[in-house]
Design a protein around this ligand. Structure first.
Ligand code: SF4
Length: 323
């Protein structure tokens, strides 16, 4: 494994590609002409490549337009425009398929909640198109295709991500996914080793045992070219790690290990400040990013910020959580 440098290099991030429902970016594409405004999505642009898409505009529906409904029918869920009687299911299905096959290099999806096209869940499902009652909830038609095509990628909506704690986990997953994609595209063992070295602490904080399996898998490769089976197995481990809710105690365990092994660099006042921050984090009143900023700046001032520690503390640019 490569030796980690202890020089404080300026951290660079692989820019993720995030497919985003266009209306969330403030564009005039909503059925009723409403303009949405999310400051935190605007800040994403600095570090994330936003790939905008409005499936309803793409299939030729204009603004304003009569609303569409998701309805239950003997032929499965259909997308219907009750005012015009149009069934737009085939058009939406064909657009979704084409769009997703054209944009196969993406790292995640940020979609509009509750929309019959883009909703992730809680999309009203009607019994029929004619003043029928709501009989349950479903997923938007475009999003259903997203989930089928990319089961391993992070997918969320603006309602979930309006909570900073959820955004912190989503951004971690998004940036790790982008980094893995970029760092391993040459298919060499060395690249995967570099990725593993850089993310070792973060992986350990997500699941120690799986992290060990991933390391063992890497050691089993003797050739410089990475066998496809190993790459896929490693990738599958990684996506399973990232798809789980990040466990707070495991993260703290790794953090405490880092702090303990460098305890001499912390002044008494800094130790007290950290104790408060850790307690707030455990109580759910602060984010991991709040601790990261403090620890990173102390390590930085002592020239101790290795790539692995820096990646664990800031897996994504922390300014993305500021709004
Ligand atoms: S929810 Fe989706 S289909 Fe509806 S306006 Fe937004 S981007 Fe377009």
């Amino acid at each position: 494994m490569k030796k980690q440098s202890t020089k404080n290099k300026k951290r660079t991030y692989h820019k993720p590609i995030l497919v985003t429902s266009e209306c969330l970016t403030g564009a005039n594409v909503r059925y009723n002409g409403e303009l949405l405004n999310y400051d935190w999505i605007k800040t994403f642009r600095k570090h994330i490549r936003i790939l905008k898409v409005c499936p309803e505009m793409e299939i030729g529906l204009g603004v304003p337009r009569p609303p569409i409904w998701s309805i239950s029918s003997p032929f499965g869920h259909r997308l219907i425009q009750p005012d015009t009687g149009k069934d737009i299911t085939p058009k939406m299905s064909s657009f979704s398929k084409k769009f997703l096959s054209k944009h196969s290099t993406v790292d995640g999806f940020l979609l509009k909640s509750r929309s019959p096209s883009c909703g992730l869940d809680k999309v009203k499902l009607y019994a029929g198109a004619d003043r029928a009652p709501v009989i349950g909830y479903t997923v938007g038609q475009f999003t259903r295709k997203v989930l089928e095509t990319y089961p391993e990628l992070p997918v969320s909506d603006e309602r979930i991500l309006s909570k900073r704690v959820n955004r912190e986990q989503f951004l971690t997953t998004l940036f790790v996914t982008a980094s893995f994609r970029s760092m391993t595209e040459d298919n060499s063992r060395q690249s995967l080793e570099s990725f593993h070295d850089q993310y070792a602490m973060l992986i350990e904080s997500l699941n120690v045992n799986r992290g060990k399996k991933m390391a063992k898998l890497l050691k089993s490769v003797s050739s410089s070219t990475l066998p496809k089976t190993v790459y896929l197995e490693y990738k599958s481990h990684l996506s399973q790690l990232l798809s789980r809710k990040h466990r707070l105690p495991a993260r703290l365990l790794v953090l405490n290990k880092i702090i303990d092994s460098h305890s001499k660099v912390f002044s008494t006042a800094q130790k007290r400040e950290l104790k408060f921050l850790l307690a707030d984090y455990e109580n759910g009143t602060s984010l991991f990013a709040d601790i990261s900023k403090t620890v990173s700046s102390i390590f930085n001032s002592h020239n101790l910020l290795t790539e692995s520690i820096s990646t664990f503390l800031s897996p994504f640019p922390l300014e993305l959580l500021e709004k």
